[in-house]
Design a binder for this molecule. Structure first.
Ligand code: FE2
Ligand code: FE2
Length: 347
C-alpha cells in the first residue's frame, strides 16, 4: 500500500498541497497527475507527484475509527476543536464563527471515505514510531560543558521525582509541557538567524519545530488520560515562564550546551517512560484503551492500549535524544548546524 508519510517522501504539488493516500496508490516514481478524491468539498484538483518514497507499511489507521469511542473519553483542547470545527455535522450545538473572508479548512477524507476529524494534524503527518531504536544509548559526558549539562538535568530530576513520586501518567503529562519548549525556541532562533544572515538552515529549523510539535502531540495524548489539578496548572504556568526564558538565553549563549541539555533530558524521559511501563505491567496503573488521537497519530491498530502509546512515545524520545546529541556534537566540532543536513521527516 502506498501512502504519504512525513518520512515517506517529497511531494511537489501544483496548486494544492492536499493528497490522498488512495490517490497515490501505485505511484512510486516519476511525474503523474493525480486527482484528490479526499477533498469532500469543492472541485477536484489535480496534483503532480514528482517523487514518492513510500515506507513499507501503509496508513493502517487512516481510520478515525477510534473516534467512534470519543463519547467515552474526556475531550479537551485540540480534540474538542476537532469535533467542534467539524461540527457542520455535529448537531450544530456550537455557533459557527461569522466571517466574510470565506477561509475554510479543506475537508479531508480517510481511505474508507469518512471524514478525517482531526484539525490539529492531517493524515500525511501521521507515522509509525521506530520501536527498534536503541533505548540504552548514552552520551558519556567528557567535556566540562557536557558534565554541566548532565548535572543540570540530574538536578532538575531530583525535585521532579519528589513531586510526582510514582504518578507516571501525571508526570508524563506535566513533563511534556516542558519538553515541547526547546524545539520551538531553538527553531525560532535558527529561523531568525537564517533571516539575519541570508542563509539556509540545513533543515534544522524544520527538524526542531517538528520535535516541538511531536512533543506537543505527546501532551495532547496524555491529557486524555490524566487531568491536571489546579495547582499543577499553576506550576506549568510558572515553569514555562522560567524554562522558556532560561532556554532562550542558554541557546543564545551556547547552542551546544542547550542541545546537550535536551539530549540528557531525553535520556531521562526514556527512563521515566520505562518506569511507566513497569507500573503498567505490574498493574499499579490501569492499562486503559489508547486515546483516539494516539491511534490516529501513531497509526496504532484498533484496540491499542495505553501501554502501546507509552512504547511509541518512548521511541520518539529516543529519537529526540539522538537528534539533540547530534546537534551538540556538530557545534562541539566548531561547525554550524547547517553544515550537517538535519534529520527531518521522522515526525
Ligand atoms: Fe515527549
Ligand atoms: Fe522528547
Amino acid at each position: 500500500m502506498m501512502m504519504i508519510g512525513r518520512n515517506g517522501g517529497k511531494l511537489a504539488a501544483a496548486g494544492q498541497r492536499l493528497f490522498t493516500t488512495a490517490a497515490l496508490r501505485g505511484v512510486s516514481s516519476g511525474a503523474a497527475p493525480l486527482k484528490t478524491p479526499w477533498l469532500l468539498a469543492g472541485p477536484a484538483r489535480t496534483v503532480t507527484v514528482s517523487w514518492v518514497r513510500a515506507p513499507p507499511i501503509g496508513l493502517r489507521n487512516g481510520s478515525t475509527l477510534a473516534l467512534g469511542d470519543r463519547a467515552e473519553q474526556p475531550h479537551r483542547c485540540d480534540e474538542k476543536a476537532a469535533s467542534g470545527a467539524g461540527s457542520a455535522g455535529a448537531g450544530g450545538e456550537e455557533k459557527g464563527i461569522v466571517s466574510y473572508w470565506g477561509v475554510s479548512p479543506a475537508k479531508v477524507a480517510k481511505e474508507d471515505g469518512t471524514e478525517w476529524k482531526w484539525h490539529c494534524f492531517r493524515p500525511w503527518e501521521t507515522y509509525e514510531a521506530d520501536l527498534s531504536i536503541d533505548l540504552k544509548k548514552h552520551h558519556a559526558p567528557l567535556t566540562f560543558l557536557d558534565r554541566l549539562a548532565f548535572w543540570t538535568v540530574k538536578a532538575m530530576r531530583y525535585p521532579t521525582d519528589i513531586f510526582f513520586q510514582r504518578r507516571y501518567g501525571c508526570r508524563a503529562m506535566m513533563l511534556e509541557t516542558v519538553a515541547a519548549v526547546p524545539g520551538m525556541v531553538g527553531g525560532m532562533l535558527l529561523h531568525c538567524k537564517s533571516l539575519r544572515r541570508f542563509e539556509h538552515s540545513g533543515g534544522w529549523i524544520k527538524a526542531l519545530l517538528e520535535e516541538a510539535e511531536n512533543e506537543r502531540m505527546h501532551l495532547m495524548t496524555f491529557m486524555e488520560v490524566s487531568n491536571p489539578r489546579w495547582y499543577e496548572r499553576a506550576l506549568v504556568f510558572a515553569v514555562q515562564g522560567v524554562f522558556f526564558n532560561a532556554y532562550f538565553l542558554g541557546y543564545m549563549v551556547s547552542p551546544k550546551f542547550a542541545h546537550r541539555v535536551v539530549g540528557y533530558l531525553e535520556e531521562e524521559a526514556i527512563h521515566s517512560y520505562t518506569e511507566f511501563l513497569k507500573e503498567l505491567d505490574n498493574g499499579n496503573i490501569e492499562n486503559v484503551p489508547a486515546p483516539a488521537i494516539a491511534i490516529d497519530y501513531w497509526r496504532l491498530p484498533p484496540g491499542s492500549t495505553l501501554r502501546d502509546v507509552v512504547m511509541v512515545v518512548r521511541a520518539d524520545e529516543a529519537h529526540h535524544r539522538d537528534v539533540n546529541h547530534f546537534a551538540s556534537d556538530i557545534r562541539c566540532q566548531g561547525r554550524e548546524l547547517k553544515e550537517a543536513p538535519a534529520p527531518i521527516g521522522y515526525h
